[in-house]
Design a binder for this molecule. Structure first.
Ligand code: ADP
Ligand code: MG
Length: 692
């Protein structure tokens, strides 16, 4: 294929001429070029084509009505509001505005004709519309003949402005087809130009439901295009990866077998399956790009360790990166215990190291004396040089941004003459396969869908704050009987200082409450060694009750802890609660997680608590989380990437996905220029970010 930079804005007229405020707001919507306005398609449509008599207007949907103003006044009870009555011969309707300008009151002079669009509800004083969209009109002004598009937007960018900008973009941009005729014919698709013009300005006679439900041929064309762009991008990334080259790490079965022999357990069959997939990838002469998903406690770490040993057996280095120092430190200790006995030396790199220790660690990594380097973000700093890095393991990968993962990968390219390290990402926030596919251009996924044997599921209890004394008794009983417990302090999002203060206060109170127990404290502001000291004391059983902020959310592993109290659980997100709860239930003893909540609960908080109470399976929790928060939040997409799919839904549009899969290879083969033009139109600059 000819090399040509994708996304060159040859037919991308710029947005210049717009003021900075608008540009910033457009950027928030992911729009940086004029052509991207063309693909900013309506979220839904308002039907303002039909004028209803007030007394015949259907309820439960937005309708257009028109009448003369009878009265209009400002009322002060129950709160300040503007109340306007209009009348059209068939009936009277109240228009109610809770936020309004004085100028609006003047607008509604008696006798003025007002056209209002909104949902009619049965109010206390008869039919009313709250905050309708409205316009003052002349007599016999014609109604709109087409549905009105409603666009996704952001604060400060009105529909009118967006509509105007989009209208101009449609006139200025190149809307010619990127698909060759053969593809259009085979899949019986309408033209691109026709489709976007139609969706932005639907004609009056269109079947509304087809449009709203996105089944109309114009929508299908857009979804096909989007899915095709995804397929093309996946193939190109895959191709590029295969061309990149990586050390082929054949299993020598020396160290890996030795470790398995010393482990006190056998791998579950799910672990074995995932490991087999990874081992197979590592043998290939091009870089692995695999995501290992598994619920909290499913045993991902040992799988990573065995992968690491396959690398070390071949004389290459491994980097293991974790998002928090507590977690990285724990990996360091675990890996040291497993590997040093096999003669493999492990280095520790974290931000909190003293200069001298750090220099030593850097030297050991650079010389290749340390075969495994474990740490936090510190691992991909400029000063870190590897002797021959061939595998990067990234734990809790969704906590890292695209750039950070790229930076770590680049560490392996120089010493290995351009070859890239293999990459293994791990996550305990399981995401559905279809969702992973719509966020990552080129990623293989392994799933550990089974917990090690002998675990008893954690029992979750919801207890109102008013019953705190019972909870305290319970903690005392458990600790006196030889168990250990976590006490998780409330999350305070607004202020880290406040959060720290709360942790200190909670710790002080619990020290007094439990004079007979050893109570420890960990939080994010502790120095590295203090944190370690507290965690180790807890691990060794010297501390019975550990007061903690959410820093213990990820990865911490203390099997003897069988009780957890989470304060103000109503403030926590689903995945976060599931992760926290995953810290217990790791030993043979029956574990309990107590969610202390404060009444009154908001509706979402109530729903979240119900879900976490009813579901122990991380995949189920993630599914609900996805429903409640949307994929962006779940994946931390704000920093980890741009969604590949905005219109198509992989679960619903399966026929289009098949069609796009069919079309992609032929397009790349026979019409490479068309394929690139298509990618440029759909992905533009985003393309670069999707490859990680
Ligand atoms: P996660 O997948 O959440 O990272 P870990 O790797 O921390 O889970 O494993 C949780 C615990 O389960 C650890 O104590 C680990 O040693 C143990 N473990 C892992 N695999 C098995 C197994 N096959 N049988 C028994 N215990 C296991
Ligand atoms: Mg883990």
């Amino acid at each position: 294929m000819k090399t040509r930079t994708t996304g060159t804005p040859t037919h991308h007229p710029s947005l210049s001429g717009l003021n900075k405020t608008i540009l910033t707001r457009l950027a928030k919507l992911g729009i940086a070029a004029k052509s991207e306005l063309v693909l900013h398609l309506p979220l839904r449509y308002d039907d303002e084509t039909r004028l209803y008599p007030i007394n015949e207007a259907p309820q439960g949907q937005s309708v257009l009505v028109e009448g003369r103003v009878v009265t209009c006044e400002v009322k002060y009870r129950p709160r300040r509001q503007l109340v306007c009555h209009i009348e059209d011969g068939s009936g009277v309707l109240t228009l109610r505005f809770l936020n309004f300008y004085t100028s609006q009151q003047k607008q509604f002079a008696e006798g003025v004709r007002v056209r209002a669009f909104g949902e009619i509800r049965q109010g206390f004083f008869g039919d009313e519309m709250v905050h309708p969209k409205y316009r003052v009109v002349a007599a016999d002004e014609p109604v709109s003949s087409a549905l009105t598009p409603v666009y996704p937007t952001t604060a400060g960018l009105g529909q009118e402005t967006l509509r105007r900008l989009i209208g101009r973009a449609l006139a200025d941009c190149d809307l010619s087809d990127t698909l060759p005729e053969s593809v259009i014919e085979t899949h019986r698709l309408p033209l691109f130009r026709e489709s976007v013009l139609f969706l932005h300005n639907p004609p009056p006679d269109v079947a509304q439901s087809e449009l709203q439900e996105r089944r109309h041929p114009a929508w299908r064309r857009i979804k096909f295009d989007e899915l095709l762009a995804q397929q093309l991008s996946m193939r190109l990334h895959h191709r590029r990866r295969r061309a990149a080259g990586a050390p082929a790490l054949r299993p020598q079965n020396r160290l890996t077998h030795a470790l398995q022999e010393t482990l006190p357990f056998k791998l579950t069959s799910a672990q074995q399956k995932a490991l087999a997939q990874i081992r197979h990838d590592l043998v290939q002469p091009y870089p692995m790009q695999r995501l290992l998903q598994g619920d909290v406690g499913s045993g991902k770490t040992v799988v990573a360790a065995l992968a690491a040993l396959q690398c070390v057996e071949n004389g290459y280095q491994v980097a293991i990166m974790a998002p928090t120092e507590i977690l990285a430190e724990q990996h360091y200790r675990k890996f040291s215990a497993w590997l040093e006995g096999l003669g493999v030396s492990v280095a520790w790199l974290a931000g909190s190291l003293r200069q001298k220790q750090k220099r030593e660690a850097l030297e050991r990594v650079a010389s290749g004396e340390a075969m495994v380097a474990i740490g936090t973000h510190a691992l991909f700093q400029d000063e870190v040089e590897f002797h021959n890095l061939a595998l990067a393991v990234i734990d809790e990968q969704h906590r890292f941004g695209v750039h950070q993962r790229l930076a770590l990968r680049m560490k392996g390219t120089r010493p290995n003459k351009g070859a890239q390290p293999h990459q293994l990402m791990m996550s305990a926030t399981p995401i559905p396969r279809t969702l992973a596919m719509s966020y990552y251009a080129d990623l293989d996924v392994s799933v550990i869908d089974e917990l090690p044997p002998g675990r008893t599921p954690v029992a979750t209890r919801l207890i109102a704050e008013s019953r705190r004394p019972e909870v305290i008794q319970r903690v005392r009983d458990a600790c006196m009987a030889g168990s250990q417990a976590y006490w998780v302090c409330p999350l305070i999002e607004e202020s880290e200082t406040l959060q720290l203060q709360t942790a200190l206060d909670t710790h002080a109170v619990l020290l007094q409450t439990f004079p007979e127990l050893k109570v420890g404290l960990v939080h994010g502001r502790l120095k590295g060694e203090e944190k370690t000291a507290a965690m180790q004391a807890f691990q060794r059983g010297e501390i019975q009750l550990l007061v903690a902020t959410t820093v213990i959310e990820v990865g911490v592993d203390v099997p003897n802890a069988s009780l957890m109290v989470i304060e103000h659980a109503e403030r926590m997100g689903l995945s976060q609660m599931h992760q926290l709860r995953g810290r217990i239930g790791r030993g043979a003893e029956k574990s309990t997680c107590i969610l202390l909540y404060q009444n009154p609960l908001t509706e979402t908080a109530r729903e979240r608590l119900k879900i976490i109470y009813e579901n122990n399976d991380g995949f189920e929790v993630a599914r609900h989380d996805l429903r409640l928060r949307g994929p962006g939040e779940l994946l931390g997409a704000r920093q980890s990437g741009v969604p590949l799919l905005r219109f198509a839904d992989l679960a619903v549009d399966t026929d289009l996905l098949d069609a796009a899969r069919d079309a992609a290879p032929a397009l790349l083969q026979d019409h490479p220029d068309a394929a690139h033009a298509h990618l440029a139109r759909w992905l533009g600059a985003k393309n670069e970010f999707l490859k990680v």
